[in-house]
Design a protein around this ligand. Sequence first.
Ligand code: HEC
Length: 196
Amino acid sequence: MKKSNLYIILFLMFTSFLVAKENISVSTLTAVKFNTVCAKCHEGQCSGRLSFDSGAKAAYSHINRYTKTSSDDEVNEFFTILKYMKKECKIFLPNLKYKENYSKKDILPYEIPSKKAYFIPLGILKIGIYTLKINIEKFRQYKVEVISEHFDMLLDKCVISCSQKNDLSYLVKEKANYYLRIQSKDKLIINNIKNF
Ligand code: HEC
C-alpha cells in the first residue's frame, strides 16, 4: 500500500472515531436528572458491563419511580448515559459552556423542573483553592457537592442559609473537569453562583 493511502485510512479511522464520540445525543435536562436524581445509586458504576436482561420495559418502571416525566426518548437517553458512564467511567453532561459567574438565566439549563436539584459545570479547574458563592432567594437547607468528572468528591456540605451569600472553599489537587451538584428537599431558587 502507498504511504499516502495509509495516511488517508488512518485519518478516516480517526475522524469516524471522533464522530462516534460526538454522536451521543442526550438532552442537557436528561443528563442533569441523571446526575442528580439517579446519581446516588448509579454514580461510579464503572464496571463496563451492562445487564439489560430485564429489558427496557422493566427499566421504564424503575426509572419512573425516581422521575415522573419519562418518555420513551428520555428512557433511551438514560440508557445512553448509563452506558457512557459505565464504559468511560466519567460523568456525562452535554453542552459544556461553563462560567465563573452564573446568573439566574445561565443556571436554567442545569436545573430539574422542580428546582430541587442542579448540576452545573464548573469547567476545567487547575490546582488551587477555590471559593464558591451561592446566592439563594429564600431560607433553605441544601446540599452542595463539587465533584470531578471521575467522581472525586472535593466538597460535600450541608448548607443552611437565608438570602445572604455563602462562601464555601475547596481545594483542587488535580487539574480536571469539575461539576457542582446542589440538592434540596424543597424548591430552591438560586439567584447567582460564583466560583473563583
Ligand atoms: C435507590 C437507588 C437507585 C436509584 C435512585 C436509581 N436506580 Fe437505577 N438501578 C438501581 C439498581 C439497584 C439497579 C439494578 C442493578 C444494576 O443494574 O445496576 C438499577 C438498574 C437500572 C437500570 C438497568 C441497568 C441494567 O444494567 O440492567 C437502568 C437503565 C437504571 N437503573 C436507570 C436509572 C435511572 C435513569 C434513574 C434515575 C431516574 C435510576 N436508575 C435511579 C438503583 C437505583
